[in-house]
Design a protein around this ligand. Structure first.
Ligand code: DOR
Ligand code: ZN
Length: 346
């Protein structure tokens, strides 16, 4: 049995850090392990301009624990009024790594997102020209569409026409949750990749609904049926450069999860690598973990892989994690994979 594995230091290609006391409470869980992360812009108010992103980046760096080296890769929240020139300046200056499309109403703080993609076309055209990737939350918001079908319908109604219209635009389909998404990405001719979260490799929709409603397993896109989870595992462990880690770790304080209308989001920053080593070992694919967590993401975003290494070690006894972390904003429940974790970063 493999007892240890060394890989390049990983990155997280989709992360929510929030702001203020929550930012201070969670950043260390990421910066302890990851060298870089793509930072989601869905703050209140959202990060819409290059100036907003620069200020937010400053607050992230100021919140870093002493001695941690971590590079936040900033994104802009696409609106129907986003200025192509501002986006181009952001890319030119090296500050902006990607622009994020939230269909309006799709998820947390997305009401300022895009209702009519035609209105964002000038920005998207400019991004295709200058080689700035678009990260998409791939779900339609049409109330007629069942929540479990929203990803597949997004591919058909939004993604396919957009890729046809702008074949040079690089698109990351974030937090893919279905076999449909995996197949679509795998079969795309070019300019399409997908990130996969830790939790979607571990839970299916039963985790949320069987034996009582479990709000800490609720996120968006919502976990789907088992066959989809298996398709995600296959993609993540395949070594295909089209798939990489984006945790979508999304902290909310417990009172906002444990209530009549709980927020979407699962907090995995603290135990992601432990969970992933477990999953990749189960799949007999530990040797592909480095591609998924440390190599494919930087290659897709045109960045060098990290030079530093981390070693994961398989312990004889389970490694304990706190059930909750305390932040200045309140307690945040940590993702419970529902199996003991034996892998630990040395
Ligand atoms: O579960 C989620 N939480 N999905 C998202 O798309 C947003 C995120 C958040 O910001 O809480
Ligand atoms: Zn997210």
């Amino acid at each position: 049995m493999t007892r240890s594995i060394t890989l390049r230091r990983p990155d997280d290609w989709h992360l929510h850090l929030r702001d203020g006391a929550m930012l201070e409470g969670v950043i260390g869980d990421t910066s302890r392990t990851f060298a870089r992360a793509i930072i989601m812009p869905n703050l209140v108010p959202p990060v819409v301009t290059t100036a907003d992103a620069e200020a937010y980046r400053g607050r992230i760096l100021a919140a870093l624990p002493q001695g941690h080296h971590f590079q936040p890769l900033m994104t802009l929240y696409l609106t129907e009024h986003t200025s192509p020139d501002d986006v181009a300046r952001g890319k030119e200056s090296g500050l902006i790594t990607a622009v994020k499309l939230y269909p309006a109403g799709a998820t947390t703080n997305s009401h300022g997102g895009v209702r009519d993609l035609a209105k964002a076309m000038p920005v998207l055209e400019r991004m295709a020209e200058i080689g700035l990737p678009l990260c998409v939350h791939g779900e339609v918001t049409d109330p007629e569409v069942d929540i479990f079908d929203r990803e597949a319908v997004f591919i058909e109604r939004v993604l396919e026409p957009l890729r046809h219209r702008l074949p040079e635009l690089k698109i990351t389909m974030e937090h893919v949750t279905t076999a449909d998404g995996v197949d679509y990405i795998r079969n795309a001719a070019k300019n399409l990749a997908g990130s996969i979260t830790t939790h979607h490799l571990i839970i299916n929709r039963n985790a949320i609904l069987v034996g009582g409603i479990r709000p800490h397993y609720y996120c968006l896109p919502v976990a789907k049926r088992e066959s989809h989870r298996l398709a995600l595992r296959k993609a993540a462990t395949s070594g295909s450069p089209r798939f990489f880690l984006g945790t979508d770790s999304a902290p909310h304080v417990d009172p906002l999860k444990e209530c009549a209308c709980g927020c979407a989001g699962i907090y995995t920053s603290i135990n992601t690598m432990n969970c992933l080593a477990h999953v990749f070992e189960e799949e007999g694919a530990l040797e592909q973990l480095e591609a998924f967590a440390s190599l494919n993401g930087p290659a897709w975003y045109g960045l060098p892989a990290n030079e530093e290494r981390i070693t994961l070690v398989r312990r004889d006894q389970p490694v304990e994690f706190p059930a909750k972390i305390e932040t200045g904003a309140g307690p945040v429940t940590v993702f419970d994979p529902m199996f003991p974790l034996y892998w630990e970063i040395d």
